[in-house]
Design a binder for this molecule. Structure first.
Ligand code: FPP
Length: 236
């Protein structure tokens, strides 16, 4: 969800204003995905590296999450959204941990779409924490394979992403979903996140539908949930 700061700056507003609009764009986009039958969406809300930002921006983002949970939770519950938080919770305040807990528990019964919010998350952190937990569980070198390690990853509740969208014009992954995005189709958009619209989402889905996915083979376009949708099979 890149581009909040620039979006605000262009309007002579503080960066925080961009993040605030970014939350609205997030809710809008998750519901647009649900309407299109997409069952899993994962967003990068705060990276392990975002602590390097000015203190006031960091605390503004933390506060914004609390406000967002209060403002949108009931709506998301009503729309069938299941919320999962992925990332290192040990460094965030107890208040924030409680808000995450409330968001997860009050949406745990929902099945229409799973929104995973990556917060204090990094792809490398995830790989390391998964290895660490596997070792703690006594998993032997012999037992360890991709499926086993995946079961320890923060996103083990979700399938690997078919489509990876980055807004804001940068063409890099920035430590997001390093393990899970091994075969994701990457789409980079110049659109700044607060302006991400249904039309932008549909353009990314159309781009995805044009891709030839071979997963290392010569000509298998192996079907996935998203490719079925992109090829006209309608979701719920
Ligand atoms: C990147 O834009 C955006 C972020 C680091 C924060 C994204 C967070 C939100 C949209 C709010 C999350 C809230 C909830 C409830 C999950 P940037 O600041 O790097 O923008 P720039 O590249 O234009 O400076």
């Amino acid at each position: 969800m890149d581009g909040n700061g620039r979006w605000a700056k262009r309007r002579f507003m503080p960066r925080f204003f961009g993040h605030k609009q970014g939350v609205d764009a997030l809710v809008r986009t998750v519901l647009a995905c649900a309407d299109r039958g997409i069952e899993y969406v994962t967003v990068f809300a705060f990276s392990s590296e975002n602590w390097k930002r000015p203190t006031e921006e960091v605390s503004g983002l933390m506060g914004l999450v609390l406000v967002a949970v209060t403002k949108y939770l009931a709506k998301l519950v009503g729309q069938g959204v299941r919320i999962r938080i992925v990332g290192d919770r040990s460094q965030v305040s107890e208040k924030l941990r409680d808000a995450w807990q409330q968001a997860e528990s009050s949406t745990s019964h929902n099945t229409r779409i799973t929104l995973s919010v990556a917060f204090n998350y990094g792809g490398r952190w995830d790989i390391v924490q998964a290895c660490r937990r596997a070792i703690e569980d006594g998993v032997s070198a012999h037992e360890l394979d991709e499926a086993k390690l995946n079961s320890y990853m923060a996103l083990s509740h979700a399938p690997d992403p078919d489509l990876f969208i980055r807004t804001g014009g940068e063409v890099r992954i920035s430590n997001f979903l390093l393990w899970q995005a091994a075969y994701s189709e990457l789409v980079f958009s110049d659109c700044l996140w607060p302006e991400f619209s249904d039309a932008e989402l549909d353009a990314a889905l159309a781009e995805f539908a044009r891709r030839d996915r071979r997963f290392g083979a010569v000509n298998s376009n192996a079907p996935s949930a998203l490719s079925n949708l992109a090829n006209g099979a309608h979701g719920p």
